[in-house]
Design a protein around this ligand. Structure first.
Ligand SMILES: Cc1cc2nc3c(=O)[nH]c(=O)nc-3n(C[C@H](O)[C@H](O)[C@H](O)COP(=O)(O)O)c2cc1C
Length: 206
């Protein structure tokens, strides 16, 4: 057994506040993207693409949109939840070194994608596996990743000039960090606690 993989899996964290903005070496970025691109995919469709976003103007426009969507969500909360959410940072778009937008092309490998005929979502699952590989590889490189989903797909598609039909699945902030927290932010802020493994495991039937 190789304990280093388990170590990386358990050290991985979603990062918002700990980005330093220091450069990411090109070789590390290449290793991280290669790890993402090595993910399994339905019918070997590899339906992902990676848009590296460094342009401050693009990141600034996205950050403004995220702030708007944060306010939209905040307006659905009241009382205690509203108070707790007010103290939670939901992105590190401006502080991180760069961002990587991971997209999904449902037409890739078509028309007959082996293994997707009964489960259309299998294509999206594949993209999420690439994202997880990227996240773990970045953790192994001692970098942080923060997944930002406070956006509307049409806005991001337009901002990045995505071709029609290509869906943005994740905006990932990436870069060196001061440290990785040992407890998820949402748990530290009292928003939600992790569920014990024993509650998630079922035997033979649900
Ligand atoms: C699909 C997805 C979307 C997420 N979107 C956001 C987000 O918009 N903002 C944010 O701060 N964290 C986001 N997260 C991070 C989660 O809040 C985080 O993974 C969770 O609280 C567990 O913490 P950990 O990743 O540090 O273990 C997202 C995570 C996933 C998997």
């Amino acid at each position: 057994m190789d304990n280093r993989l388990y170590d990386v899996i358990h050290r991985r964290r979603d990062v918002r506040a700990q980005f330093t903005g220091a450069p990411v070496p090109d070789e590390a970025l290449h290793r991280i993207l290669s790890a993402a691109h090595a993910a399994p995919s339905v019918g070997l469709s590899q339906p992902w693409d990676f848009v590296l976003v460094r342009d401050p103007a693009v990141r600034g426009a996205f950050h403004e949109h995220v702030q708007h969507e944060r306010a939209v969500f905040a307006a659905t909360l009241d009382g205690d939840a509203a108070r707790r959410f007010a103290g939670i940072k939901v992105d590190g778009v401006l502080e991180s070194t760069l961002s990587i937008v991971v997209t999904y092309d449902p037409g890739r490998g078509g028309p007959a994608v082996l293994g997707r005929h009964a489960i259309a979502d299998a294509g999206l699952y594949s993209v999420c596996l690439a994202i997880q590989n990227l996240w773990l590889a970045a953790t192994a490189e001692r970098l942080g990743v923060g997944w930002v989903s406070f956006y509307r797909e049409p806005f991001l598609g337009e901002l990045l000039g995505l071709p029609t039909g290509i869906r943005p699945v994740a905006w990932l902030c990436l870069g060196p960090v001061s440290h990785l927290e040992t407890t998820p932010d949402l748990e530290r802020h009292g928003w939600r606690r992790r569920r014990p493994l024993r509650d998630a495991v079922h035997h033979d039937r649900w």
